[in-house]
Ligand binder design. Structure first.
Ligand SMILES: NC(=O)C1=CN([C@@H]2O[C@H](COP(=O)(O)OP(=O)(O)OC[C@H]3O[C@@H](n4cnc5c(N)ncnc54)[C@H](O)[C@@H]3O)[C@@H](O)[C@H]2O)[C@H](O)CC1
Ligand SMILES: [K+]
Length: 211
């Protein structure tokens, strides 16, 4: 059976349906997403997990990354958070996850040099919310990720990739694997998209989509 692929707009509609009609809160979806991403990371060779650096943006892609940080920390994996922007302007769910990470005193920094010590990088900067060219500090961070020696696991889609076309919006994360949530995004099925995404893992138990 052909796997359904979706555009950003379709994914947002499915999330909206699940949250508002089916009645499953966004935070629950975020936790289910984080469980799938964490399972993927814990299945990687142990030497890859000596120092995981999770790079987080201010939206719900970042929220997924923060929830993964907590789950990995509780599983005994050394984790460090790298905030791209001042966390104050974050989404509601992102802020909830920031609070929980602070409760567990998960180390956090804004220093890009942290990427050099990583044995694994988790890219949770942008997901389907990317809506413009990547510039400024975001560009600097994505370039630093791509220059770092560690392999990258991208959350939902590699940051910087246009969800619908698979083109890099100026710059995009080059991932070893991408854990895409609920359904594959159509941009991941293009030659460009496949180049940036690496091995694609479909976390199809994240959403409860009955339409
Ligand atoms: N489908 C699921 O089961 C779930 C998906 N989730 C995750 O939520 C993200 C989408 O989150 P959203 O908050 O809508 O947007 P992003 O986190 O992708 O982007 C954050 C924010 O960034 C701003 N932005 C966009 N482009 C740029 C740019 N070029 N430069 C600077 N800033 C930019 C924009 O304002 C965005 O709002 C999805 O991918 C999943 O990872 C949920 O966890 C629920 C479960
Ligand atoms: K991402």
């Amino acid at each position: 059976m052909m796997t359904k692929v979706v555009t950003a707009k379709e994914m947002r509609a499915l999330d909206h349906h699940t949250i508002n009609e089916v009645g499953i809160p966004a935070l629950v979806l975020m936790e289910r997403a984080a469980l799938a991403i964490t399972d993927h990371i814990l299945a990687l060779p142990k030497e890859k997990r000596h120092q995981v650096v999770i790079v987080v943006g201010n939206g719900n892609n970042g929220g997924d990354g923060l929830a993964v940080a907590r789950l990995l920390h509780l599983a005994g994996t050394p984790v460090k958070l790298l905030f791209v922007m001042p966390p104050a302007q974050a989404s509601e769910e992102n802020r909830v996850q920031q609070h929980t990470c602070a409760y567990y005193q998960i180390p956090a920094t804004t220093d890009l040099a942290t990427l050099k010590d990583a044995t694994l990088i988790v890219d949770a900067i942008f997901g389907i919310g990317i809506d413009r060219e990547v510039t400024g500090h975001y560009r600097e961070v994505i370039e630093a990720i791509n220059q770092a020696p560690a392999p990258v696991v991208a959350v939902d889609i590699p940051s910087g990739l246009n969800t619908d076309t698979g083109e890099a919006m100026g710059v995009a994360v080059k991932a070893a694997s991408t854990v895409t949530l609920a359904y594959p995004k159509i941009g991941l099925t293009t030659p460009d998209g496949e180049e940036f995404a690496g091995r694609i893992v479909i976390a199809d138990k994240v959403g409860i989509y009955d339409i």
